[in-house]
Design a binder for this molecule. Structure first.
Ligand SMILES: [Zn+2]
Length: 134
């Protein structure tokens, strides 16, 4: 969601969402096995490194581009890819409190839900931002 005009007319942009409303909100459906898949992939990477087969593992796992990356960066990319495939972005309009929820991971289609109570604002704001009054 680079920028979208809310039904109320307020413009929601990534800048205001990220800084003020912490728009990434996990909507993971398979909570029981939620981390096990990523953990297994990281463990397989670590085992390949230990066995001296790092390059082969990266090439075989669709991460040929990562040959020059550090192990930490490879693990970061494994987690990032896993995360982006499983979370839905949720953004809140600062003007009316509507929530815009991504229809599927990695798409730019969102559906809107408006709050029953018109006074509701900033439900997605991080506790840190709320304390700082940003
Ligand atoms: Zn709005």
């Amino acid at each position: 969601m680079s920028a979208v005009r809310c039904s109320c007319g307020h413009l929601i942009s990534n800048v205001s969402i990220h800084r003020r409303h912490g728009d990434i909100f996990s909507a993971i459906n398979d909570q029981d096995g939620v981390f096990s898949e990523a953990a297994a992939r990281i463990a397989a990477f670590c085992a390949a490194v230990k066995a001296g087969k790092r390059a082969e593992w990266l090439a075989g796992g669709g991460m040929e581009y990562a040959q020059r990356l550090s192990d930490e960066d490879v693990i970061h990319d494994i987690l990032s890819a896993w995360w982006l495939e499983r979370v839905l972005r949720v953004s809140e309009c600062a003007g009316c409190g509507r929530l815009w929820i991504q229809e599927r991971p990695k798409t730019s289609r969102y559906v809107a839900f408006s709050p029953d109570w018109r006074g509701m604002r900033s439900v997605l704001m991080s506790p840190v931002a709320r304390q700082e009054g940003t």
